[in-house]
Design a protein around this ligand. Structure first.
Ligand code: SF4
Length: 181
């Protein structure tokens, strides 16, 4: 008879296989990089063959794809969107603007590094990343999920105070419901 530890491990492997094989995205088209999504999702690159497709609402989505720069005003909506998503959930930062501000590095009204405000599981660099790079980023996320290493959501819960402090520094008119997972 299998011991509990062994059977839990098998269940975890099966769960992670299912998770990585069905990634529904809420693509909040925040920046110019969003224009690369139509070719990625349609017949030319056909992301759905990897189980990647769009979802109707944040509550049905697994992946929040941030497609470029975020103004502080948009950041507020993105945080709200992320917190409405159900576990398990993942964040992909798409484009140089999410990594270091990109060409908006000295803008007065955009954030410079997305991972100061939300837990990013995978970054895709480039300005703007081509569909091949986008697919490569998703495949990296799938590998992390399969290995049980895509743990951004857990990091967010464990470090919520740190994230909140950073978020409130740039969002001056903070008025949102409490964290509600
Ligand atoms: S990385 Fe380039 S393409 Fe993407 S949002 Fe920034 S400026 Fe636009």
């Amino acid at each position: 008879m299998m011991n509990d530890k062994y059977s839990n491990k098998i269940v975890e492997i099966i769960q992670n296989y299912a998770r990585k094989s069905s990634l529904w995205i809420v693509a909040y088209g925040t920046g110019c990089g969003a224009i690369e999504l139509p070719p990625t999702m349609t017949s030319r690159y056909d992301a759905e063959r990897f189980g990647i497709r769009g979802s109707a609402t944040p509550r049905q989505a697994d992946v929040l794809l941030i497609t470029g720069y975020l103004s502080t005003k948009t950041l507020k909506r993105v945080i709200r969107t992320y917190e409405q998503m159900q576990d398990p959930k993942y964040v992909i930062g798409f484009g140089s603007c999410t990594i270091n501000g990109g060409m908006y590095w000295d803008s007065y009204n955009t954030i410079k590094a997305l991972d100061q405000y939300l837990p990013v599981d995978v970054f895709i660099n480039g300005c703007m990343p081509r569909p091949e790079a986008v697919l490569s980023g998703f495949i990296k996320l799938q590998e992390l999920i399969a290995e049980g290493k895509a743990n951004g959501a857990r990091k967010y819960k464990e470090n919520l105070e740190w994230y909140r402090t950073n978020q409130r520094k740039v969002i001056k008119n903070w008025k949102m419901p409490d964290y509600n997972w």
